[in-house]
Write a protein that binds this ligand. Structure first.
Ligand code: UDX
Ligand code: UDX
Length: 443
């Protein structure tokens, strides 16, 4: 099939590359010329394992190209995928201005029947508006379809090529047949529904996953007070198939380009129809506060933070990505600076992106985990990068001014900590939290 993808962010680029991998001819369009040049030279502007290799092989095979010429791309394609960003407005609502712009461009360049497939996450009812925007500018027939994307950064290629399910929301039998054929090689689990339900499935899925995370984070806070171990609790819950084991990792809360934005947007969507989504509001509130447990634990271990040297490992919102959008590290580091601490920060790949969000003469940007820890009064692990798990902890303790370790992602096991001099705090594992002595207490 001949496909145009508009928007080469995480979602658009990965979708375009993966559809070409299935043998389709794909043109990816972006209005950012620099990005188009980078991509045309075979380079990927984001960090996503495995993406560059399959992108290059499909470019070589002549199935995948990049352009800023939206008109030409549209006229050469039967399926147009909209994947431009939908960032949050200050009130939490999704900003649809890029979507509208693109819809109007599609409308003006239509020259034959096409399927317009929306992958951007848009509020319920938006695809109907897209249909109106396009329809007001063309007499050519077209069908709208909402096909939400569920890929995760860091495993985006895998998630796209082997999805749990594909949701197709459309009212056209013709579009259903074509989109079933397009997605058939990916999975048998294809759910066909109406457009509004498809739009809601995306928000409801992300909101539910965010709820699981805030739920386990609250359980972890209670575990710390009652002497239970949240990792065991999550394991014990996860074997129940009705609950499931995933998204039950306690930590410093969720970040990223989707959960914070989509939960806020769903609260707004509900509010716009006079529904007070109390549960989701609490999920967001719990998430906002969870990150500051790092500061509370630092307070407990060090007292006054003014003038203290605090090492921070991990700036990305999760490992295997250089994305720092809504990363908990942003507010944690800002709070540390407000309290007068000096920060020694390290991330394997996200430092450059992070410095665009927060920078200060009180932060030193280090080139390795060990350098960041050198002379520090405490070390905070904010992202569970694999290289942090492989560090020799006894050596690490020697490097630091005081061996205080605040593990915001529970990356170290009891036996790793037991033989070290670390005063160790983790999340919801009080048996490993040594408050009054140097040695880690064992449950
Ligand atoms: C995507 C989805 O679009 C969003 O709705 C979903 O919730 C998360 O994933 P993402 O791929 O991360 O967002 O977006 P972003 O990285 O902002 O990329 C959007 C791309 O569209 C950019 O490359 C931008 O240059 C391009 N763009 C934007 C256009 O080509 N035209 C425009 O008018 C606006
Ligand atoms: C998410 C959704 O998973 C994906 O389906 C959607 O398309 C986009 O949003 P992503 O934001 O890439 O994907 O990452 P994800 O792996 O879901 O993690 C999101 C955040 O939740 C991260 O900050 C992560 O650290 C946190 N998280 C995740 C937890 O704190 N605990 C968990 O158990 C899982």
């Amino acid at each position: 099939m001949n496909i145009t993808v508009i928007g080469t962010g995480y979602v658009g680029l990965v979708s375009g590359v993966c559809f070409s991998e299935l043998g389709n001819n794909v043109i990816c369009v972006d209005n950012n010329l620099e990005k188009v040049t980078t991509l045309s030279e075979g380079n990927v502007p984001i960090y996503e394992p495995g993406l560059k290799e399959i992108m290059n092989s499909n470019m070589k095979a002549g199935r995948l190209s990049f352009t800023s010429n939206i008109q030409e791309a549209i006229s050469r394609s039967d399926i147009i995928i909209i994947a431009v960003g939908t960032p949050s407005l200050p009130n939490g609502e999704a900003n649809l201005s890029y979507i509208e712009l693109v819809a109007r461009e599609i409308g003006s360049y239509m020259d034959s029947y096409k399927i317009i497939m929306t992958k951007s996450t848009v509020p319920v009812g938006t695809n109907d508006r897209i249909e109106e925007w396009i329809g007001s500018l063309t007499t050519h027939p077209f069908d709208m379809a909402s096909v939400p994307e569920f890929l995760r950064e860091g495993t985006a290629v895998q998630d796209t090529l082997y999805p749990d399910r594909i949701v197709i929301g459309t009212r056209s039998e013709r579009a259903i047949a074509i989109l079933r054929e397009l997605h058939g090689p990916l999975t048998d689990q294809i759910i066909v529904t109406d457009i509004r339900s498809a739009e809601m499935i995306k928000y409801a899925s992300n909101a539910f996953l965010a709820t699981k995370i805030s739920f386990i984070n609250e359980i972890s806070n209670i575990c710390e007070k009652v002497g239970a171990d949240v990792s065991r609790v999550a394991e014990g819950m996860g074997y129940d198939k009705r609950i499931g084991a995933s998204f039950l990792k306690a930590g410093i809360g969720y970040g990223g380009s989707c959960f914070p934005k989509d939960t806020q947007a769903l609260i707004q969507i509900a509010g716009n129809v006079d529904y007070d989504f109390k549960l989701l509001k609490s999920v967001v509130e719990v998430n906002k506060d969870q990150r500051f447990n790092i500061i509370r634990k630092l307070d407990e271990a060090l007292g006054e933070l003014e003038g203290k040297h605090i090492a921070v490992w991990g700036l990305a919102f999760k490992p295997d990505t250089d994305d720092v959008r809504d990363a908990p590290a942003i507010e944690i580091i800002q709070r540390l600076l407000d309290l007068g601490a000096k920060v020694q920060a390290y991330d394997p790949i996200a430092t450059n992106n992070f410095r665009k969000e927060v920078d200060s003469p009180s932060i030193t940007w280090e080139n390795s985990a060990m350098e960041a820890a050198k002379g520090a009064d405490a070390l905070c692990v904010l992202t569970e990068w694999k290289e942090f798990m492989e560090i020799n902890l006894s050596e690490l303790a020697e490097y630091m001014n005081q061996p205080v370790l605040i593990d915001g992602r529970n990356i170290y096991a009891e036996n790793q900590i037991a033989d070290t001099s670390f005063q160790y705090y983790s999340v919801g594992r009080p048996g490993l939290t040594n408050i009054d002595g140097r040695k880690t207490a064992v449950l």
